[in-house]
Design a binder for this molecule. Structure first.
Ligand code: MN3
Length: 210
């Protein structure tokens, strides 16, 4: 990941704002990237400006070790470093090349564990629908297999030592303009713009580093 230390800046999306149309609308992408993510970046920079020892920490380290920091920094770092990490991970996991399917190693693991991509997506969407309030659903790797987990707010599974492969942001700001309060309709559209190629790359990297 580029721009991985203080001062953080908002990297451009790896595709045009309208690249996910008609599944995720251009206006939502503008607001989500330029305002919501920007706010997490600004807040994180403002916190780190006062904390010189933390300025050398990578984004991943800040997220992983938030709970070992002095008490007064734990929630602000967890929320804001998490907000930056999770949004970058989410945006990089989408693509303008609509309708990709999982291939290679990941497709094999999904078949072994869930029966196939349709069954996997059904289970994943069920998890994403179960998030009460704001949060994320994740496909992760832990120990020796895939798993589906959810996190509230801007919590991130890397803080639990898990390795994320794919995520969906289910905060209402991710879908309210187009899908109103119908999270299930958003999830059906999100599925069309999953960057499975990126998910495969992430899995390969996890397996190579174990
Ligand atoms: Mn968001």
């Amino acid at each position: 990941m580029e721009n991985n230390c203080y001062p953080f800046s908002n990297l451009p999306l790896p595709y045009a704002y309208d690249a996910l149309e008609p599944f995720i609308d251009e206006k939502t992408m503008h607001l989500h990237h330029d305002r919501h993510l920007q706010t997490y970046i600004d807040n994180l920079n403002a916190i780190l400006k006062e904390e010189e020892q933390l300025q050398k920490f990578s984004l991943e380290l800040l997220v992983k070790y938030a709970d070992r920091l002095p008490q007064n920094l734990q929630a602000p770092i967890r929320n804001n470093a998490g907000g930056v990490y999770n949004h970058r991970f989410f945006f990089e996991g989408l693509t303008g090349e609509h309708g990709q399917k999982p291939e290679g190693r990941l497709a094999g693991k999904i078949r072994d564990q869930y029966g196939g991509v349709e069954d996997f997506l059904a289970e994943f969407k069920k998890a994403a629908l179960s998030v009460f309030g704001s949060g994320y659903a994740w496909l992760i790797w832990r120990r020796c297999g895939l798993d589906i987990v959810t996190t509230p707010n801007q919590n991130c599974p890397i803080a639990q030592g898990c390795f994320p492969i794919l995520t969906v942001d289910v905060w209402e700001h991710a879908y309210y303009l187009k899908h109103y309060n119908v999270r299930a309709a958003y999830l059906d559209d999100w599925e069309k713009v999953i960057n499975w190629e990126m998910a495969e790359q992430r899995l390969m990297q996890i397996l190579a580093n174990r």
